[in-house]
Design a protein around this ligand. Structure first.
Ligand code: 4NP
Length: 130
């Protein structure tokens, strides 16, 4: 199973989602891979936001190996599941999809915890709340 976490900047939410899932994968020895990307390329090549790095570190999760990158169409082929943090990320990804197979891979991450509610992971970049 290859999972891609996607937010807007790939510096706040999706790096944390990647780091948390990678920790679970390692703990359980699962044959899974996880990566993350942003629908924008605004922070291409940057480390995760220092606030994400700090909150992860407080839980013994390292994010400093990560560098921001933009979501690309090839990700539809590389990954089995593409998990969007909010509905804006979701529609931006879907806009790039050209086949039903590609569209079917895209889900809102919080629908696993709150089925059909389409809840967002709030964007903490300006308001905080990491
Ligand atoms: P993220 O947060 O999508 O969770 O990485 C943001 C990061 C940067 C910006 C917005 C949201 N920005 O406007 O640069």
């Amino acid at each position: 199973m290859k999972i891609l976490m996607v937010c807007l900047g790939n510096i706040c939410r999706s790096p944390l989602a990647e780091g948390i899932l990678l920790t679970k994968i390692k703990e359980r020895n699962l044959p899974w891979e996880v990566d993350s990307a942003g629908t924008s390329g605004w922070h291409q090549g940057e480390l995760p936001d220092r606030r994400s790095i700090a909150v992860a570190k407080a839980h013994n999760i390292d994010l400093t190996y990560q560098r921001s990158r933009q979501f690309i169409k090839a990700d539809f082929e590389q990954f089995d599941l593409i998990l969007a943090m909010d509905s804006s990320n979701y529609s931006n990804i879907l806009r790039l999809a050209t086949t039903e197979m590609q569209k079917s891979k895209v889900k809102l991450i919080l629908n696993y915890a709150y089925p059909n509610e389409n809840r967002a992971v709030p964007d903490p970049y300006y308001e905080g709340g990491f």
